[in-house]
Structures are given as C-alpha cells and as structure tokens.
Design a binder for this molecule. Structure first.
Ligand SMILES: [Cu+2]
Length: 131
C-alpha cells in the first residue's frame, strides 16, 4: 500500500512538472506580447506612453510612433527606491518624483529613434523606440 502510494505521488509530481514546462513558455510569450501594446495609447491626437517606476522601470522597452505629439507618463506607487530619481538626458530632464503619483513629461514630437530614461545612479533604465 505504502509503495503504491509513493509511486502515485512520484507519477503525479512528474506529471505536474511536465504541465508546468509545457505552459511556462506560453505564459511568458503572452506577457511579452501584451506589454508593448498596453502602455502606449493615443487620445485626442496625443500619444501617451506610461512607464511604472518602482524597483526599476516597466515595461523596460516600449514601442511608440514617431512624429506625433507625445507625453511620457511616469507612475510611482510607493516607490522608495532610486527609480524615483529619474533622468532623461536627451531632453535635459532630471527630477525626484513623488513616492506615489503621476509625472507627465512632454516629449514634444519625437523623431525616429530611441529615448532612454535612467535612474540617477544609472542602475535602472528603460527605453522607448520611436518608429
Ligand atoms: Cu538607481
């Protein structure tokens, strides 16, 4: 009885690992596909790119359209780490963001290229690819 029980557990365990290995890549792929779309939206002719700052920046890479008026929305939510100290060198931006809040940064009308944001120590970064 005890032997059958342990064989049952072993088989069940192997089966669970198998399902996990099968589903894990699919879940990862879905997450990556959803992210770039979700954080960029155009409202009344203005493009808004939303980045969350807390223990780094997410999404780390965003895709946006070039040549339309664009605003970067940086959201903090209980951000006590240095990702609240934001630097965007290409536009001469540097500010300590509130621990919780929303900072709207006017990017003007970006040309094709990459905009990069950094924490003040250069430890965390994000980029927005304008295409
Ligand atoms: Cu940092």
């Amino acid at each position: 009885m005890n032997k059958f029980f342990s064989i049952g557990i072993t088989v069940g365990f192997i089966f669970a690992i198998g399902i996990g290995l099968f589903l894990w890549p699919k879940m990862n792929r879905e997450r990556n596909e959803i992210n770039p779309i979700k954080n960029v939206e155009i409202r009344d002719g203005v493009q808004y790119i939303t980045i969350n700052a807390r223990g780094g920046y997410s999404p780390n890479i965003s895709m946006a359209q070039a040549n339309i008026p664009t605003k970067l929305v940086v959201e903090t939510n209980g951000t006590y780490d240095c990702s609240a100290a934001l630097v965007i060198r290409s536009i001469g931006y540097q500010k300590i963001l509130p621990q919780t809040g929303q900072e709207i940064i006017d990017l003007g009308t970006p040309e094709v290229g990459t905009l990069q944001g950094l924490c003040s120590m250069g430890m965390y970064n994000f980029s927005v690819n304008f295409e």
